[in-house]
Design a protein around this ligand. Structure first.
Ligand code: MN
Length: 728
């Protein structure tokens, strides 16, 4: 077998793997293959490999998208008219009108020069839409062509890589998205980001690689667990696990300023079943076996996305405390989700059989074209098209040609901070397409934005910007600036504010005592110095209004030396109230009793009750920081009442503990497994890396008593790599 014969065989083998293998016209494809080999002859690509490898690869992509024989033949021939001596008529004679028109359509798209000028690009997009409305297969071949070019873009000069990547991200990926071809959309996006922001791309890639074995283990475990539970209710299911695409992670990190650990749907599990009713049945089982995160359930089955995507989405947290997204759909919905428009490509004897969903998609394209015809201003129209393609995000360009993408509604302030914090903080104004605009200007896709800056010492952002900026990233950076750059001012403001509040609350101490008192407060607020404490108040990191109740408490404690607490213990007229949590309160009957959130008491703790205004009695630990040490000296001593545990009760109690340990692989899993073995129910786990490179795990668990909790803590302390365990 020659090399060429082997290439042909690989195409035919791929066809045999397709569901509709029988319907392919292998003679037509074989003929197109040899024509492609012959026509391109010795031509080479920029990488040095024979040119015909490109159309062969494009044809293979088109096959995996489920396209028909004519599309495959046209893919093999798509560069023949453009780059060789073959003409449209040659193709028409040899392969028929339909294939020739497909080739012609792709050729016309390829001829459009890639220029940064908006009008040229608009024209480009317009032609693409016209081609699509004639025969959608043209655009699918074009997408496959772009995909292969992006896969091999490294052979191109760097400026071309950026241009192509930007165009791919702005035009081709959104088209793939609107046509619902997920696999192509995601790969185009990932490849574009890789060339537009290589540093971020490799950073995300690296952290995903580090996580890989962990991710795979996690996904396998989840899949097995779901399989086991769901198959009791719905036998026919298929489960797939996946990690979010790099571009998807990039967007969340970049646009929402989240770290990789804060992205909820980084893991996704897909459950594919037979019927629509079973989708909802499965959802029920999933919500029963893991805790759903509120607000994350989406029913795209009853309300499909504009690209006709259908699925149920929910995000849940399992025993490991790691959230993951579950997508539930039928086989048919799955096919639509993966292949989009190509899934509805029903061809018979060269005639498109009308398909309702297919018509729906065409309607969208026709609508855009109709709008085009009505307006004369092409440049304005390209904006509409682009906005319509990706309605949830916008792209604008810096004078250097860097593309900045932002959530819709972002202002020039967001744009400036997205370039760099130093650009944002030094910003004095902005020009959009050469014209000065107000600072509240909302950025629109395609705008060229120049940020005007000042190098003057002491220049900085204004506090109003916090209300104008749309992205959290910009707001965080503005706040950080005030925190860092305005320290003397913050300290002075903080000190004034504290003095004013103290005077209002009648807190008076000698200078020495005041110094000591304030220092205690600063330490309690985790500030390293009194200046840090004042500065934190100055920039709004500590709210005095929230601080004052505790200050007043501390003040009364500070003034009086500690005395043993004398609680009225009037046994003769003893009335009692008991809560469902197993707490008994003396002196009151029949009232609402709640365990306070600030210290979450559990059986075994010494208790005290506080009669609230209108909310019954709240139960605190005796040593809770909200409880005055000396009750008799408290503002309203009569409202503090004795309370104790009713030991006959066996209700479970929630308790939160903080574990500090070595940041090693699997430490969270070890803790979870141990808790499982101890039959402790886990309500929430949050693990994060600490600044010194270790890790902290905060867990809320249900325990039976203080003894039980102490036992759990002792066992966790014995785990490999655990430094300390503390009750929060
Ligand atoms: Mn090509």
């Amino acid at each position: 077998m020659t090399d060429n014969e082997r290439y042909l065989q690989s195409i035919l083998d791929l066809i045999d793997k397709q569901p509709a293998a029988d319907s392919y016209d292998k003679d037509l494809i074989t003929k197109a293959f040899w024509c492609c080999i012959e026509a391109h002859g010795e031509q080479r690509r920029a990488s040095g490999e024979p040119f015909f490898m490109h159309p062969i690869s494009v044809a293979k992509i088109v096959i995996t998208l489920g396209m028909d024989s004519e599309s495959v033949a046209a893919s093999l021939l798509h560069d023949v008219v453009e780059d060789t001596e073959y003409t449209y008529d040659d193709i028409k004679r040899e392969f028929g009108k339909s294939v020739a028109e497909l080739v012609d359509g792709v050729t016309k798209l390829e001829k459009i020069p890639l220029e940064s000028k908006e009008s040229v690009q608009a024209e480009n997009i317009r032609k693409m839409f016209i081609a699509m409305s004639h025969d959608l297969r043209v655009i699918i071949i074009k997408l496959a062509d772009r995909l292969h070019n992006m896969r091999t873009i490294d052979a191109m000069p760097e400026y071309k890589q950026r241009d192509k990547s930007r165009e791919t991200l702005e035009v081709f990926a959104p088209i793939a998205h609107r046509l619902g071809i997920r696999a192509v959309k995601e790969e185009l996006e990932d490849l574009s980001i890789m060339h537009l922001d290589p540093v971020a791309y490799h950073e995300i890639e690296k952290s995903l690689t580090i996580k890989r074995s962990q991710s795979e283990r996690f996904l396998t475990m989840i899949q097995e667990r779901i399989q086991e539970r769901v198959s009791e209710v719905v036998p026919a299911i298929r489960i797939e696990g996946r990690v979010k695409s790099i571009h998807g992670i990039y967007r969340k990190m970049y646009m929402q300023g989240k770290s990789i650990d804060e992205i909820y749907d980084i893991y996704a599990v897909r459950i594919i079943t037979d019927t629509l009713v079973n989708c909802y049945n499965i959802l029920g089982v999933i919500h029963d076996m893991a805790r759903p995160i509120p607000g994350r359930f989406k029913d795209y089955i009853s309300t499909p996305k504009p690209n006709l995507y259908q699925s149920l989405h929910t995000t849940v947290i399992g025993r490991e405390g790691i959230p993951y997204e579950v997508q539930i759909r039928t086989e048919e919905m799955h096919r639509t989700a993966e292949l989009g428009v190509a899934a509805h490509w029903k061809y018979k004897d060269g005639v498109i059989k009308s398909d309702v969903k297919f018509e729906e998609r065409l309607k969208w394209i026709r609508q855009i074209l109709d709008n085009q015809r009505e307006a004369d201003d092409v440049e304005e129209l390209v904006q509409t098209i682009k906005t319509d393609l990706a309605p949830e995000e916008i792209f604008a360009v810096t004078p250097k040609g860097d593309v900045i993408n932002l959530p819709i509604g972002s202002t020039v302030i967001d744009f400036a901070f997205a370039i760099h914090s130093a650009v944002g903080t030094r910003m004095t104004g902005a020009k959009v397409d050469g014209r000065i605009v107000p600072i509240t200007h909302e950025v629109k896709t395609g705008e060229l934005i120049e940020i005007l800056t000042s190098n003057q010492v002491g220049h900085g952002p204004s506090r109003d910007w916090l209300n104008i900026a749309k992205t959290t990233q910009a707001r965080q950076k503005i706040r950080a600036w005030f925190k860092k750059e305005r320290r003397p001012e913050n300290i002075a403001n903080g000190r004034t504010e504290i003095e004013r509040e103290f005077a209002r609350n009648n807190i008076r101490l000698s200078e020495v005592d005041m110094e000591k008192f304030l220092n205690d407060l600063a330490v309690k607020q985790r500030c390293n110095s009194l200046d840090d404490f004042f500065a934190a108040i100055g920039y709004g990191g500590i709210l005095v209004s929230k601080l004052m109740p505790r200050v007043k408490d501390a003040y009364s404690r500070f003034q009086k030396t500690d005395k043993p607490v004398e609680l009225s213990n009037n046994t003769q007229t003893r009335k009692m109230a008991k809560s469902s949590d197993g707490v008994v309160v003396e002196g009151i009957d029949n009232c609402l009793i709640k365990l306070s959130r600030c210290c979450s008491p559990i059986p075994g703790d010494d208790l005290i009750g506080f009669i609230t205004r209108g909310h019954g009695v709240s139960i605190h630990k005796r040593d809770c920081s909200n409880v005055p040490t000396d009750i008799t000296a408290a503002a309203e001593p009569e409202r503090w009442i004795p309370a104790y545990w009713d030991t006959s009760d066996t209700t479970r109690f929630d308790s939160t503990i903080t574990i500090l340990g070595l940041n090693r692989d699997g430490i969270v899993a070890d803790v979870s497994i141990l808790l499982g073995n101890l039959h402790v129910s886990v309500h929430a786990i949050m693990a994060k890396e600490t600044k010194d490179g270790n890790c902290s795990i905060i867990i809320t668990i249900g325990v039976e008593s203080r003894e039980h909790l102490d036992n759990v803590i002792t066992r966790i302390k014995k785990l490999n790599g655990v430094f300390s365990v503390e009750r929060s």
